[in-house]
Design a protein around this ligand. Structure first.
Ligand code: PLP
Length: 456
């Protein structure tokens, strides 16, 4: 007889499946409120007891009090930060992953998972123009992807300088994502911050920074961004990548948000320089329509990454003691993690079942909508573009508004369940920002948002 916690209660199982069915059938997914709604003071008080609370009761508290206090990141009205728009098939398969307790740590335990995830990683590596033999693993998110890749970059650089403790530096632009600065601080690596014209890191800017630096020999890597978070700018990947190849510098490309646009027919050319990358990240949980949390981390030479990152212990030797390289592919060896959810499978399943062409058109929809939005703003009396649209991010200004007025407007849109749009700072000024990712975000919604700014 199973322990009571491990018995399946069919009736309650149906209640959970009903809840999931209801969520999956929402079209469109409503926004809900996040912290804009008060959670009733004692809503969850007393739920944790010695004998347990009936599951129906806890589910009801979740449904009525907690779920509305989360802005649905998969709503087409979620246009803040970087949204997430998982396909229905990716959500469905995420339930398979959850219900199967699927582990994705090593080849020994999980070759079925690894084989499928590697198929998806190979698709991404191929789309990026990386050579065959490239590979890596799915990790929890872009921040962990960047930290993992930069750990390898640091240690490879130190090895090249012949000193495993050498004080190396990594060149970045001020527009690199906040996780890059955090990763360098964790790794005790100083950044060489390269000054840019108009926020785009170019080969010329890098060369000028290195030429003017008295200790340029300590710079062992360069980080480029393929789609900056604030403005969607794609750095000069071709120029930077070819420079790094010629000068034996590690070239890391952070495409967490924008990397998906390599699939676009109008913007794909911006990503050609990805083929030079030593490491590259792109988040399926952003613009590749998979559920949180999922980052694809790829290396040009995975064996180099494995040497740096694989954890070693007597109880793990069995994972590495194999004569056959092909059968020694442990996702745990390529990132800062060990135990690992099979988090690449929902993306893999969605890619297989929806087909690549659907991915291309879904990515293209947001790029086209961003361009349309920019035209509407350019033709408006009360609004103006702050800068040209970068991929699917639109920065714009409401003439005469200060930070308080933008915040009030943002709160009002959420209160009225129209959209979740948060302002950002651009060169010190508070401005409006739309991050478009969901292919079901409509021109009508954008127009309504822009019109809502007409009033003072
Ligand atoms: C360019 C870029 N890099 C890294 C990240 C961090 O990704 P995550 O939030 O998955 O850790 C983001 C997140 O928005 C991003 O836009």
């Amino acid at each position: 007889m199973a322990h009571p916690m491990f018995r399946y209660d069919e009736k309650f199982g149906e209640a959970i499946f009903d809840y999931c069915r209801e969520r999956l059938s929402l079209d469109p997914v409503p926004l809900d409120f996040g912290s804009a709604v008060d959670i009733a003071g004692n809503a969850i008080a007393g739920l944790i007891t010695d004998s347990g609370t009936p599951p129906e009761e806890v589910l009801e508290v979740f449904r009525t009090h907690l779920a509305p206090a989360v802005v649905s990141i998969d709503s087409p009205g979620f246009l803040a930060f970087i949204p997430n728009a998982p396909t229905k098939n990716s959500l469905l398969f995420d339930m398979v992953v959850a219900c199967s307790g699927l582990n994705g740590t090593s080849w020994l335990e999980s070759s079925g998972v690894v084989e499928a995830e590697n198929q998806a990683l190979t698709f991404l590596a191929h789309s990026a123009g990386l050579p065959s033999g490239s590979g890596g693993a799915f990790v929890a998110g872009g921040s962990i992807g960047n930290l993992s890749a930069l750990t390898v970059a640091r240690d490879v650089g130190r090895a090249r300088l012949g000193d495993p403790r050498a004080k190396v530096r990594i060149a970045i632009s001020e527009d690199a994502h906040s996780s890059i600065g955090k990763a360098l601080a964790i790794l005790d690596v100083e950044p060489l911050e390269v000054a840019t014209d108009d926020h785009r890191l170019t080969r010329a800017a890098l060369e000028a920074a290195l030429a003017g630096d008295p200790h340029s020999e300590s710079v062992v890597a360069v980080v480029a961004t393929a789609g900056t978070t604030n403005a969607g700018i794609v750095d000069d990947l071709e120029g930077l990548g070819s420079y790094c190849r010629a000068h034996d510098l590690w070239f890391h490309v952070d495409g967490a948000y924008g990397g998906a646009a390599m699939l676009s027919r109008t913007h794909g050319h911006l990503f050609e320089g990805l083929r030079h990358a030593d490491s590259f990240i792109v988040d399926p949980h952003k613009w590749l329509f998979a559920p949180l949390d999922c980052c694809a981390l790829l290396y040009r030479h995975p064996t180099v990454a494995r040497k740096v990152l694989a954890q070693q212990a007597g109880y793990l030797d069995v994972l590495h003691e194999t004569d056959d390289e092909d059968y020694d592919w442990n996702p745990s060896d390529f990132g800062i993690h060990l135990s690992r959810r099979a988090r690449g499978l929902p993306f893999w399943f969605s890619l297989c079942t929806n087909g690549v062409e659907n991915y291309r058109t879904a990515v293209q929809a947001s790029l086209d909508l961003a361009r349309w939005t920019a035209e509407r703003i350019a033709n408006s009396d009360h609004l103006e573009l702050v800068r040209p649209v970068g991929l699917s991010i639109v920065l714009f200004r409401r003439r005469g508004w200060d930070a308080a007025r933008y915040n009030e407007w943002s709160r009002d849109l959420l209160r009225r369940q129209i959209a979740f749009v948060t302002p950002t700072k651009w060169e010190g000024e508070t401005v409006g920002r739309l991050a478009l990712l969901h292919p079901d975000t409509t021109e009508q919604l954008i127009q309504e948002i822009l019109d809502s700014m007409a009033r003072d």
